[in-house]
Design a protein around this ligand. Sequence first.
Ligand SMILES: [Zn+2]
Length: 330
Amino acid sequence: MMKVRNFLFIVLSMLSGLACASATLVSTAIVSDTVAMTKASDKMVMTAPQWCKRLVVRLPSVSQQMCERSALTATGAYSQRGFPLLARHIPAALPTLVSSGSAATKHVVGPKPLRVLLMGGIHGDELTSASIVFRWMDMMPSAASSQFEWRVIPVVNPDGLLAKKAQRVNANGVDLNRNFPTPGWQQDAPRYWAKRTRNDPRRYPGAAPLSEPESRLVYDEMTHFHPDVIISVHAPYGVLDFDGPDDPPHRFGRLRLNQVGVYPGSLGNYSGVHRNVPVITIELPNAQKMPSQKEMQRIWRDMLRWIDDNVEPHQDGAIRSVSAAPVPNR
Ligand SMILES: [Zn+2]
């Protein structure tokens, strides 16, 4: 069914360019078929331009045209409210040459490109964290970025972004960045929430790890795409954070390293500590106001250079079982 939805999204995206009556009729028929087949009337069917139109009104410095240029496609996943969660896959410019085939045909020519998973908008009220991902996508592919293979999800939490007043949590009131399955989550996450955050509704970890469709999408991307490094953009602390086995970056643009530690259910804890896949958390200095064009470029350039110099291809199966101790909340 997931494939059917992907296909329908693409068909609808193509039809959206045709302003004739027959196209409208066809797409209407497809929409009602979709509902009948999936019994998922709560899942919204929309074209990419329609998707952009809903979101860009909330996103500083992202135009409708820029959003459409980002060429996002369906992931098959939907937010809690049924809003499509879109992503873009960007292969590396260099051919992926790996060892394969029988001895007679085998030829090992070069390494696989590093895989980078880039995400924004996990917290719906951090508007710039989604916008900057669109802006960076608009700079791709550059020579520096095209050496990597990318998966990009600019808006992980559209329900939070589109809420009457933009909100950190998703439509279920869950902080997605506390909903990842870190070891001991069942004990640690609720206890941490009650004691350290005093039941702060903005930091509710959910009833169970991966209880939310948005965090499940991120988890699925990690499982299927196998990123070598994850970049997660937030705001407004104006720092860099890092979780992972490597030496951390010290400075991207004006952002300097300030490792605040880990907490139960966070992406940095789950991926960087438990799965051994480094997570760079970029905390932009303002949740509503974008950095200057120059600063956006500097962060991007410094980040690409750091990845190139420091990230190693991830070894699957190298999962460390570490139960990280909670540290003070920020
Ligand atoms: Zn955040």
